[in-house]
Design a protein around this ligand. Sequence first.
Ligand code: NAD
Length: 357
Amino acid sequence: MAAFSDPAFDDHERVTFCRDAATGLKAIIAIHSTALGPAAGGCRLWNYASDDAALHDVLRLSQGMSYKNAMAGLKFGGGKAVIMKTPDFSGSDALYEKFGDFVQQLNGSYVTAEDVGMSVRIMETIARRTRFVSGLPPKAGHAGGDPSPKTAFGIFKGIEAAVRFKLGRESLKGLTVAVQGVGNVGYYLCQYLSQAGAKLTVADIDPARVKKAGDEFGAKAAGLDDILTQKVDVVAPCALGAILTSESIPKLRTSIVAGGANNQLATSADGKRLADAGILYAPDYVINGGGIINVACEYYGGVDDAEVMNQVAAIGPRLTGIFAEAKKSGEPTNVIADRMARDIISRATAKQAGKRS
Ligand code: NAD
């Protein structure tokens, strides 16, 4: 495994490899940047094809968290962890406690929370060993808990903004949306969209989740290979990343791509492919920032749920600003967002360097 030469290595500050043979824990914690504050980002539990695949994923995801936290205006840098589902993975409380020990050893430079495969219960287990954890059950009157509903609310506000900008429509009534993945985020997104009168088509590798969306929201079911190519107003990817590629983009039949999955573009060039195809792309780390806003409010405290919702709702106007800038400059939306995020981080890095000298 070669971290420095991995294509996703972006001058990451620190990469920690964590192993505990007794519990079967094999994890990687990547800290991309602490310029804006402690590196915060969820922990993903996944069955990776190789150690290299896990490293590549955590490097990509942690860089994305730096950009996401910067664009959400948070006092958080970017980090991420992955726990590998290896053959000796136990899934025991002891494994998650051991992971908590590793987080604690980083002494606050990394703050963990939920990502794919995690739950509030697992966060509580990790919290037995470290205080640098968020996404815990909320205390009365305070922000906290599962970030997924807040992530979904931010995506909903982002879809509203994209629909207004691209289609000139104020209401989502009758809007057609294809949602790929109806897990934590996708389910709550369907709930918001259905309440607003949108017509849903969904797909998931878990048929029970598709059935639930059908029963509760009247969502139509599509095949796993057909969901992205539905003829709809909006495609909302809410499963895994790298689904927008040179192969998939020409087959899209939508005006807007706006969903919660991290790292939707396989490469930055795919943002240009979307723009050239006349498809408005809502940069993933901007539209899906609701969960980390909730995490930040919980971690720093002093904020109630209503204020979290206010901060998450600001994702709509933030995206409108990016869409308008892209239209003005002729650049793809992902390029505009990347530049804005890098500028925020560079200014913070320069300020830090100024303080040291
Ligand atoms: P989840 O595991 O609860 O849901 C993902 C769903 O996608 C599952 O139901 C899974 O069966 C389904 N799925 C996986 N592969 C699929 C495929 N090929 N086709 C269709 N369905 C497929 O995870 P989540 O928390 O809902 O997160 C979804 C995405 O949003 C991830 O990319 C995650 O990184 C991102 N995200 C989540 C949050 C959050 O608050 N949970 C915040 C920001 C970003």
